[in-house]
Design a protein around this ligand. Structure first.
Ligand SMILES: NC(=O)c1ccc[n+]([C@@H]2O[C@H](COP(=O)([O-])OP(=O)(O)OC[C@H]3O[C@@H](n4cnc5c(N)ncnc54)[C@H](O)[C@@H]3O)[C@@H](O)[C@H]2O)c1
Length: 273
């Protein structure tokens, strides 16, 4: 039986700009040095948040913390640093993942028959164990200090299977054709599962947990790949790197205050076709 107070019917609506305002809030973002991570950081800063970037490859900015999210002690150290410097944490974004570019060719190692356990372990370590550790360390802090928001960056490939025909290269034997690894599907489907788990687990502590699932983002991939993928997208093109900004700002702010356990798919409609 829930003890949470019900809303009143007399509350006046908050202005739109206020709903997206993150002034005074502190965010931690994993993988903030990468293609999408830089966009996530910039939109949250634009909304007023202080953003700490937890990345192996962290540049030397004041709020860039060199952190290996697969290492529990490294993640604990990051929490202590964030609290010492900013005094609070309100938003946690699990964005880091191994995301090798299959479309450039992989000489067959990525095929299911050939994938070795070391590659499996490495991908799950970053994408799942890392997100687990960051959620455990920072999420526990959120739950004990009045609540907050966790956003897990998943993928359309957490919802549908990769179409391996997209990655085929001419003149390469079938058993050496590059493929998107099984680990990518497993990591992203697992993260969607963890999103639902935590959305209920910490709901009474005021922690909302949602996922964002981007579609393929244009990053100068080979023209043939871009054409084949675009053909599968109702909007007829890949995403621009900045096209996750609006959805991320929505998920991290009070604009999504009644959204919990959702996977927001931003894929130009690919998973609808
Ligand atoms: N780019 C796309 O087309 C696309 C599509 C759908 C989903 N996504 C997802 O979006 C997220 C970001 O993708 P991206 O394209 O920006 O990837 P990216 O490879 O550009 O960035 C990933 C970042 O994670 C960091 N990282 C890796 N291992 C780490 C570790 N152990 N500890 C800390 N940081 C670590 C890397 O240093 C890198 O800066 C990923 O989860 C990816 O799966 C990307």
């Amino acid at each position: 039986m829930t003890t949470t107070a019900q809303p009143t019917t007399t509350t006046s609506p908050r202005p739109l700009a206020d709903l997206f305002d993150l002034t005074g809030r502190v965010a931690v973002l994993t993988g903030g040095s990468g293609l999408l991570g830089q966009q996530h950081a910039s939109v949250l800063r634009e909304a007023g948040a202080r953003v700490f970037n937890l990345d192996l490859a962290a540049p030397a900015g004041e709020d860039d913390l060199p952190v290996d999210i697969t290492d529990a002690a490294s993640v604990q150290g990051a929490l202590q640093t964030v609290l010492a410097r900013a005094g609070r944490c309100d938003i946690v974004i699990n964005n880091a993942a191994n995301n090798p570019r299959v479309e450039d060719g992989m000489k067959g190692w990525s095929r299911f028959e050939n994938l070795d356990v070391a590659a499996w372990d490495a991908d799950l370590a970053v994408g799942l164990t890392g997100a687990f550790l960051v959620s455990q360390v920072f999420g526990t802090h959120l739950a004990r200090s009045g609540g907050g928001v966790i956003v897990n960056v998943c993928s359309e490939l957490g919802v549908i299977a990769p179409d391996q025909r997209l990655y085929r290269l001419p003149g390469v034997p079938d058993d050496e054709q590059p493929v998107k690894t099984v680990t990518y599907s497993v990591v992203k489907a697992g993260l969607i599962g963890m999103t639902r788990y935590l959305a209920t687990y910490w709901a009474d502590a005021g922690v909302r947990v949602n996922a964002i699932s981007p579609g393929g983002v244009f990053n100068d991939q080979p023209a043939e790949f871009v054409a084949k993928l675009s053909d599968q997208v109702p909007l007829g093109r890949m995403a621009r790197p900045d096209e996750m900004r609006g959805a991320l700002a929505f998920l991290c702010s009070d604009a999504s205050s009644y959204l919990n356990g959702h996977n927001l798919i931003v894929d130009g409609g690919r998973t609808v076709w």
